[in-house]
Design a binder for this molecule. Structure first.
Ligand code: FE
Length: 193
């Protein structure tokens, strides 16, 4: 039976491959974007689980059957759910759930924070429509009651801050320790294939 590589190796392959390409309508690559998001989460004092969520939150744009490119052509790629499912190979809920909720968090913030929409990038405003638009009052209440909703909101704010073409970008290696500390295939003693 072939064994899955550990998370760090799998992520490194994505970051150096598809992730180094354009990030759908933004001025940074997908990898730069996720690294800047993680750096913002770390600066905000986020726990390691949320930092790892930040550095992985958009992997669903390139691990899914429907890609991020399709998203920009008007078909939602559901990258939140795709990423959460892929990440569950290695990580627990403290990583997968904020990732799963990070698009809902955008819809939540658009409904609850008057200044939020204006700080969204043009691409992010475009996809908001495809993703369901701002939440209704009922959706807001349901979202706020979900476990990890607060983490998802913090992730979302870091996400929006992580699109700076002139911003400093760390490497994935800067997050290796957090990634490996939370990788359950390492703690379970499963070796990289
Ligand atoms: Fe993002």
């Amino acid at each position: 039976m072939s064994q899955a590589p550990h998370a760090y190796e799998a992520l490194l392959e994505l970051f150096e491959g598809e992730g180094s390409r354009d990030y759908l309508g933004e001025q940074v690559s997908m990898a730069q974007h996720m690294l800047q998001t993680a750096e913002a989460a770390r600066r905000a004092g986020a726990a390691p689980g949320l930092v790892v969520a930040a550095v992985t939150h958009d992997v669903g744009h390139f691990t899914g059957v429907v890609s991020g490119r399709d998203l920009m052509e008007g078909v939602d790629d559901h990258h939140d759910e795709v990423a959460a499912a892929w990440l569950a190979t290695w990580f627990g809920e403290e990583v997968t759930e904020p990732v799963r909720l990070h698009v809902l968090a955008k819809r939540y913030l658009c409904a609850t924070d008057a200044g939020y929409y204006d700080c969204l990038s043009e691409a992010s405003r475009y996809t908001l429509g495809l993703q369901g638009g701002p939440m209704t009052a009922r959706e807001v209440a349901a979202f706020a009651a979900r476990p990890f909703a607060e983490d998802a909101v913090l992730l979302r704010r870091c996400d929006d801050a992580g699109k700076d073409p002139d911003g400093e970008t760390l490497t994935l290696g800067h997050f290796r320790q957090d990634i490996e500390a939370l990788d359950r295939t390492i703690s379970a003693g499963i070796s990289a294939g």
